[in-house]
Design a protein around this ligand. Structure first.
Ligand code: GLN
Length: 313
């Protein structure tokens, strides 16, 4: 079925915000000062329907770094840049069952990154994006993610500099992939493009529109622009279902029944194919790195809006 009426959706988004605004579980990411300073009370929910209608509640215009949520959209771009078969061979689509920045997951898989939603696979993905060097790949990534959002996304310079100064682990992962011949270019150069991609500044509204573009077969419902192919959307949503919420992806799918992607700054994008997407922002995280309020609000909305993909009605 379709979404309920706009008035009903508005009441349910407001109710979701009310229900979970007071929830105080979770811890704000503290691996860099720029994230540690985030206000834990911020909470925004934005729904973009595939017809372009937007319904919002709370802090939906507050900017934050996109972090791991970028992985979903860069992967979609790569499916079109390289072709799905080549991407499937180079990156893989199975969950690691391990934390997002695991080195062990790479070692245990003979140097192959497993999937594009953990750091190893995302770094390999960014390396394969069209462009002769890291700078050209970064430009393609920024332009592509901006097309998903329907506006020119800016780099959060403070987050970028702080990430770049604390990037030893991602550099190690990139060098490890390179040692197995699994990285298409210079490791430092590619990690820089990946770090910039994670530092792009977005809002909950942007996430909703970006997600709705995946829900709408690659056409941005606001700008009307075709951003990626329908095939790239289907492939991306399949990978999000199995890997988008890190090692909690199975629990998320069991509970919520939607492809989604989270990031350590507290954003989540949840996609209802053909219907639209919810972008949420709330910085406190659970131990896997997923926003606590965002997860609860999405579970509620999936239920009351009838979004679960496995429900027959
Ligand atoms: N910049 C972070 C990293 O690469 C993003 C991780 C995340 O959002 N889970 O470690």
């Amino acid at each position: 079925g379709a979404l309920p009426t706009v008035d009903q959706v508005r009441a349910l988004i407001a109710a979701a915000h009310d229900r979970y605004a007071g929830l105080s579980e979770g811890v704000v990411a503290d691996y860099i000062p720029a994230l540690a300073q985030a206000d834990p009370d911020l909470f925004g929910l934005s729904l973009a329907a595939a017809n372009g209608q937007m319904v919002t509640a709370g802090d939906v215009d507050v900017a934050f770094s996109i972090q791991s949520i970028s992985k979903a959209f860069v992967f979609a771009l790569l499916v079109d840049d390289l072709g799905r078969d080549a991407v499937f061979d180079a990156i893989g689509v199975n969950n690691t069952g391990m934390p997002f920045n695991s080195v062990v997951a790479v070692e245990m898989n003979n140097g192959a990154p497993m999937n594009p939603m953990v750091n190893a696979g995302a770094i390999a993905t960014s390396g394969l994006i069209s462009g002769i060097d890291g700078a050209a790949k970064w430009q393609r990534i920024r332009d592509g993610l901006s097309a998903f959002a329907g506006r020119a996304l800016e780099l959060d310079d403070e987050v970028y500099r702080s990430e770049a100064a604390n990037n030893q682990r991602n550099a190690a992962i990139a060098h490890l992939l390179a040692s197995y011949g699994r990285l298409a270019g210079d490791p430092e150069d590619i990690v820089d493009a990946y770090t910039r991609q994670c530092s792009l500044s977005v809002t909950a509204n942007d996430l909703a529109i970006m997600g709705a573009t995946l829900a709408d077969d690659g056409i941005n419902p606001i700008s009307g622009e075709r951003v990626v192919s329908g095939q790239a959307c289907r492939d991306t949503l399949a990978v999000l279902a199995s890997c988008g919420m890190y090692e909690r992806s199975g629990e998320w799918l069991f509970e919520i029944g939607l492809p989604a992607k989270s990031g350590v700054s507290g954003g989540i994008v949840s996609i209802a194919p053909g219907k639209g997407a919810v972008g949420s922002y709330s910085p406190p995280l659970d131990p896997a790195g997923n926003s606590v309020r965002g997860q609860r609000a999405c579970a509620y909305l999936s239920r009351v809006l009838g979004l679960n993909l496995f429900a027959s009605s």
